[in-house]
Design a protein around this ligand. Structure first.
Ligand code: SAH
Length: 351
């Protein structure tokens, strides 16, 4: 079934289909243009293809593997959340963040890479729904296609920070990112595509060694290993200390922009936390991104504004390069850690 999703295929693979049809290879570029630039919603729209070719493509392939189920818009900041169903009746969410007026002209789409998530982070709603499967390349890309055609907006920034752990779905995520970057399609700059991981050391190393040009974000969230292991079970197999060593070792050769993400909670913003964090930023070009906690039903509490301010001040005094993420879309459960595929207050079929 899913093998027939046209958006699963790279330009080279599509060119091979056309060759097997007895068509010229340049048709592949035309098709990419229809899919990712002109956002076609049916093969019949592709009027520079013969009727016969259009019918053949429509018979062989599925154009859009996702169906919009619900579209919520934040009254506070215009953030939009999209609930999509997949062909096999699962649910994923994506978020459009209008940070264009606040940051450097960005219009961000936050993309999901899996149905549910197996990471089990205790502060994140996605982990509560369990894990179903990896998304196909075409399902990753269709989130962007659909959001563009629903809103009529052309976003210029992509973050793989929706549902799931992108590095558990490495091949499909990289293929989707490469297609987002192609000049025949979305043409999104490599500097505007960020892959966020809970910290799978093996894939981080692979990502750097393969010279993937995208930004890398690594979620740390606790400075003590014994605390991190409780809140982020991934620490057990992949201790953050190893990641830190790896980054140190690879810095002279790696060209990636690396961000360490840190969700601020009441219990992880002490002066000692700031000092331990500072050690990670003594070398290399890493930046710290502080994220306000969206507590949801996690049982975790956000720090008081005074505690958060003291923590940030301490880090600034130590010259840690940092930014503080503004929270968007919290009133529609579209902010970080709030994506659960829930509609009208009811949890959907992901178990
Ligand atoms: N699995 C990947 C990407 C998805 S989570 C990862 O772990 O990086 C994207 C970001 O949201 C991560 O930095 C994560 O730590 C953060 N996050 C998770 N739950 C959150 C919450 N309740 N409030 C704020 N940020 C949260």
């Amino acid at each position: 079934m899913t093998g027939r999703i046209i958006k699963n295929y790279s330009l080279g693979e599509v060119a091979d289909f056309f060759k097997s049809y007895g068509e010229k290879e340049y048709r592949a570029r035309q098709l990419f243009n229809w899919l990712y630039e002109r956002n076609a919603s049916s093969f019949q729209e592709m009027t520079d293809f013969s009727k016969e070719l259009r019918n053949r493509l429509a018979g062989d392939f599925i154009l859009s593997p996702l169906k919009l189920v619900e579209n919520l818009k934040s009254a506070k900041d215009g953030t939009e959340k999209f609930l999509f169903s997949t062909i096999d009746n699962n649910f994923i969410e994506s978020v459009l963040i209008r940070n264009d007026t606040t940051d450097d002209g960005r219009l961000t789409v936050c993309i999901s890479s899996q149905i549910g998530c197996p990471m089990g982070c205790r502060f994140c709603s996605t982990s509560k729904i369990g894990f179903k499967r990896n998304l196909e390349t075409g399902e990753i890309l269709d989130q962007l296609c659909q959001i563009r055609s629903i809103t009529g907006l052309r976003n210029n920034n992509i973050v793989f920070m929706g549902m799931g752990e992108p590095f558990m779905n490495y091949d499909n995520v990289m293929k989707a990112a490469d297609i987002m970057n192609y000049s025949f399609g979305f043409h999104i700059s490599v500097r505007k595509i960020t892959i966020s991981t809970a910290g799978l050391t093996t894939e981080i190393e692979r990502f750097i060694d393969e010279k993937r040009p995208y930004n890398l974000a690594i979620s740390l969230n606790d400075t003590l290993p014994e605390k991190r292991i409780i809140n982020m079970p991934v620490e057990k197999k992949y201790p953050f200390e190893d990641i830190s060593e790896l980054l140190k070792r690879k810095f002279p050769v790696s060209r990636n922009r690396v961000t360490i993400e840190y969700v601020m909670r009441r219990d992880n913003v002490s002066i000692d936390d700031a000092r331990r964090l500072n050690k990670i930023f003594r070398y290399g070009r890493i930046k710290l991104n502080l994220i306000p906690l969206n507590s949801g039903e996690s049982g975790f509490e956000a720090p008081s504004p005074e505690d958060a301010e003291r923590f940030i001040k301490e880090l600034v005094l130590m010259n840690v390069p940092l930014s503080v993420r503004k929270s968007f879309g919290s009133d529609i459960e579209g902010a970080c850690g709030q994506l659960s595929g829930r509609m009208y207050g009811e949890i959907h079929a992901v178990q």
